[in-house]
Write a protein that binds this ligand. Structure first.
Ligand SMILES: Cc1cc2nc3c(=O)[nH]c(=O)nc-3n(C[C@H](O)[C@H](O)[C@H](O)COP(=O)(O)O)c2cc1C
Length: 257
């Protein structure tokens, strides 16, 4: 199975943060998006925006896709059939995020198989209104994530993942003992340290809480990094809810007939 080219492409995945100036052809771009579209969907509840203006974005990739959850398009179809949307926006968003994510990852794999690298940018969520202005988005379209893409100017090794035993649980969710947790943490931390990943990206997250800084790039790795993200940032959902509200998604309200 190791010689299977699809599996090989998937196992060789790595996010790319340096790109050549070569612009992928229209045919390549359309093929990637077309392959993305063929992902399974609940409702094709997405749209994809494309920008070829690399100056506007980090990593200066020639292509920037913005993957949006799109209710607008769907409501136009419903109107043509003389239906009104009744399902609440939280449910729609949950399904929309799944549709959009599956589509986006298909694009990553398709791109890789054609020699292109890519990297997601998660900041779109918090820049939704700005992106909406930039791309003239109608209400009910929410920019979920951006995906920069182009021909790689670097070839890092694949990054580690948890051991399979920490991910795949058959029949019953196991009791995770300290040894299993340590092994999972060590695999991730050793793997990222061996690549000097955070040092090369200068990506140590500063401490914002009352803790003494004891980490240097010699021991700062993935588990500390994600603890600093999810242990410090965004305790209040208000900011994200506001972005959603401004885009016309009211996720705590029941829709009336
Ligand atoms: C939703 C999402 C948001 C991400 N946001 C960023 C980002 O803002 N900047 C960045 O450099 N990488 C970002 N990434 C890439 C991850 O850092 C990367 O996928 C992860 O470290 C695993 O590394 P790999 O993709 O090279 O295997 C994001 C990935 C996802 C799925």
């Amino acid at each position: 199975m190791k010689n299977n080219p699809v599996i090989q492409t998937m196992l060789d995945h790595k996010s790319i943060r340096k790109y050549t100036n070569e612009m992928p052809s229209d045919e390549v771009i359309k093929t990637i998006v077309r392959a993305g579209q063929q992902a399974p969907f609940a409702s094709q509840y997405y749209s994809v925006l494309l920008s070829r203006n690399k100056e506007r974005h980090p990593y200066k990739a020639p292509l920037v896709f913005t993957i949006c959850v799109d209710s607008h398009k769907f409501e136009l179809i419903m109107a043509r059939r003389n239906w009104k949307l009744l399902t609440n926006d939280l449910t729609l968003l949950m399904f929309g995020i799944q549709d959009a994510a599956l589509m986006a990852e298909n694009m990553v794999i398709a791109g890789r198989s054609l020699g292109l690298g890519s990297c997601f940018l998660g900041s779109a969520l918090y820049r939704a209104e700005k992106i909406a202005e930039e791309y003239n988005l109608p209400k009910r379209v929410f920019p979920l994530v951006q995906l920069v893409m182009g021909y790689p100017a670097e070839d890092p090794p694949p990054r580690p993942r948890y051991p399979l035993e920490f991910t795949l649980f058959e029949d019953k969710y196991p009791k995770l003992d300290q040894d299993t947790i340590s092994k999972a943490m060590q695999k991730m931390d050793k793997g990222y340290l061996a690549q000097n990943y955070y040092r090369n990206l200068s990506a140590k997250i500063p401490l914002e809480v009352d803790r003494e800084e004891t980490f240097t790039y010699d021991n700062y790795s993935w588990t500390e990094h994600i603890c600093r993200k999810w242990g410090q940032w965004n305790p209040d959902p208000k900011q994200l809810l506001e972005q959603l509200e401004k885009r016309g998604f009211h996720i705590t309200q029941k829709r009336t007939k």
